[in-house]
Design a protein around this ligand. Structure first.
Ligand code: ACM
Length: 636
């Protein structure tokens, strides 16, 4: 009995020791440039005063500070007073090191001060401050019994890159203005400053263009199907088209303001000349192909062959048709008036050329302009589009296909098919944003395909964390930064949207903000885990796939299968069964590669830390592993 009590005491004091130790650890994402921990804490007083410059740019930041501090249940007031508990200070003389977005955050035992050259820096300082306070600060309602204190620390912080983006495809599935605002709130707290809105595609045109009303009265609507996008059966012509939606110009103005208030720019994308079915259905004479007046806005039915791409129905604007340039002039005039960001994204990706090849108008254009290939036809188109965009006082950005056939003179390239496009553009002296599939495609599965909603490929958190925007041999001055891309073919609702973005976007934020030498996977993984509680309190969903087992299969000498199990993060026990029962922490622990027992049909695996379940149970059919053996272990 005594022994048990002693043991309990030891366990208890161990736990207390652990929680005390844990309290001291400062876990901030993205990792700040420099952070020096002092001893002790600043305890928030019963009456918290906040001193923040009374500027229009900081109005929303001030409101959000008051909103956050409400969780403490303490009295909170704004007070223009040097002795306020939390002081936000704009530097009278700019500190060069901090630039426009950097800040210093000083927590002393007497109070907190955040200073910066510009309001954006104060906003980012506040985001760091929330991560220094107990996670309950994220609660929308008052939380009692919390030790409201921040560790004494001196932080100096500023971003590595100016372009820290996430792309949100609101075309494949429409997401409301409120959904976009929530997206902005979520990204801004991890110091992203750019929202790229993919506003048009084959499945929907999502922005009101007043001079071209059919773009949204017709082009914004398809029919609802669920399942595997791209494989749905042909849609009956008479089925009502009532699934979708669009943003009015007032909505867009409100979104731009909402984003600005959180120091986020919005980059609009109109994806042309491919991916244009919604526009063509609205205005069929924009295509080169007779019969396109019979087309419908795509709802996820098959209409392209991949790879290629080969279009089964012509979803491209016709570069040989002057009406197309008049159309784009109208579209970009209205778009330029709505978005203050200096760039307009014109797409350019995955443009099928098979209908152009058959078009007499394209043949005549090629003869007239001395164009030899279909890539040169696209390049001719991009150069004309660049002139239109520049005539609106904007700069053109496009996906890396715009390099093919000759890059428009001033274009910025967004490199998505790996990093090669970015390297080529930078070597030609063009500016580049890196968003390669290999590291930052947020639509890809983040765990084993057997247990994740199936899509083209897999990209785990640890691979995303390897994202390095500046390729070797490229001058860093050409790389503006990077972004993660969330395509939404398989994203039907906001809960799944969040699941796909988080935590991988935490990894992207650290690659874009933090100094390269500060990145450390094991520490980052711990911080991600610490951060999950904050996301729970915000009701933001995230993937826990970093805890899931990873399967690798090879052939054992006796021709049987040999299975290697691993996890992305350290310190997990992997338990398994071959007898079809559900393993728990009393089942065998994985120690070395497993030989599949004769006649076994299923390997069930789950991870634990001590007696706590960490990953989800994955049921892996042995036949699936045999299939993978023939496919070089590809999960997808
Ligand atoms: C892209 O992913 N098609 C740019």
């Amino acid at each position: 009995m005594k022994k048990t009590m002693l043991l309990s005491l030891m366990v208890l004091s161990g736990l207390l020791g652990f929680s005390q130790k844990k309290e001291k650890v400062i876990s901030v994402i993205p990792e700040p440039v420099s952070m020096t921990r002092g001893s002790g804490y600043y305890k928030l007083p019963e009456s918290i005063s906040v001193n923040i410059p009374n500027l229009p740019e900081l109005k929303s930041t001030t409101e959000s500070i008051l909103g956050k501090l409400a969780a403490t249940g303490k009295k909170v007031s704004i007070r223009n007073d040097k002795s306020a508990s939390i002081r936000f200070v704009l530097n009278k003389t700019a500190e060069k090191e901090l630039g426009d977005e950097g800040y210093r955050l000083s927590v002393k035992s007497t109070g907190i001060q955040i200073s910066a050259n510009k309001p954006a820096g104060l906003f980012y300082g506040a985001q760091t401050l929330w991560q220094l306070l107990p996670q309950e600060i994220e609660s929308k309602t008052k939380v009692s019994g919390v030790n409201w204190q921040a560790p004494v620390v001196e932080i100096t912080d500023y971003p590595r890159f100016g372009w820290r983006g996430l792309m949100f495809d609101v075309s494949r599935h429409f997401f409301t203005k409120k959904d976009v605002e929530d997206f902005i709130d979520e990204m801004a707290q991890y110091k992203f400053n750019l929202l790229h809105m993919h506003l048009t595609d084959d499945e929907g045109w999502r922005i009101e263009i007043k001079s071209l009303p059919r773009l949204t009265s017709v082009g914004a609507w398809n029919v609802k199907r669920e399942g595997y996008f791209g494989t749905f059966a042909p849609i009956p012509k008479d089925e009502p088209r009532n699934y979708g939606g669009f943003y009015t110009q007032d909505d867009i103005r409100e979104l731009v303001k909402y984003a600005q208030d959180r120091f986020v720019n919005i980059l609009p994308e109109v994806d042309v000349p491919g991916h244009s079915m919604a526009a063509i259905v609205a205005y069929p004479d924009l295509s080169c192909t007779p019969g396109s007046d019979q087309y419908q806005v795509i709802s996820g039915e098959k209409f392209m062959d991949w790879p290629g791409p080969v279009a089964l129905e012509d979803n491209t604007l016709c570069p040989a048709n002057e009406k197309v340039y008049t159309f784009l002039n109208t579209v970009f005039t209205e778009i330029a008036g709505l978005f203050p960001f200096p760039y307009i994204h014109v797409g350019g990706d995955e443009c099928a050329k098979n209908f152009w090849e058959k078009s007499d108008a394209i043949k005549q254009l090629m003869a007239k302009e001395n164009l030899k290939t279909m890539e040169e036809v696209q390049s001719y188109f991009e150069k004309r589009v660049e002139k239109i965009v520049e005539s609106k006082g904007k700069k053109l950005i496009g996906w890396d296909e715009i390099l093919e056939g000759g890059l428009a003179p001033n274009a910025l390239v967004m490199s998505w098919r790996g990093i090669q496009g970015g390297i080529a553009a930078a070597k030609m002296g063009h500016q580049v944003v890196m968003s390669p599939t290999t590291y930052v495609y947020l639509d890809y599965m983040q765990g084993d395909a057997i247990s994740e909603p199936r899509i083209y490929s897999t990209l785990r958190l640890n691979k995303t964390y390897e994202f390095e925007p500046v390729p070797e041999g490229v001058e860093s001055k050409y790389i503006l930064g990077g972004q993660g891309n969330l395509w939404t073919e398989q994203v039907y609702n906001t809960r799944h949207l969040q699941y796909m973005i988080w935590p991988r976007s935490l990894a992207i934020s650290e690659s874009l903000w933090s100094p390269k030498e500060k990145k450390n996977w094991n520490w980052f993984a711990t911080k991600v885990e610490n951060n999950f509680g904050r996301m729970d309190l915000q009701n933001v969903k995230y993937a826990r796939t970093m805890f899931d087992p990873i399967f690798e299969v090879s052939k054992a000498p006796n021709d049987s299968l040999l299975i290697t199990l691993s996890t992305e993060i350290q310190g997990l026990d992997i338990h398994y069964s071959f007898d079809n029962s559900h393993p728990d922490n009393f089942y065998p622990v994985y120690k070395q590669p497993l030989l599949v027992p004769k006649d076994a049909v299923m390997l069930k695996v789950i991870t634990y830390r001590g007696n706590q379940v960490m990953g989800k149970q994955i049921d892996m059919p042995i036949d699936e592993l045999k299939r993978r053996l023939t496919k070089g272990n590809r999960e997808d």
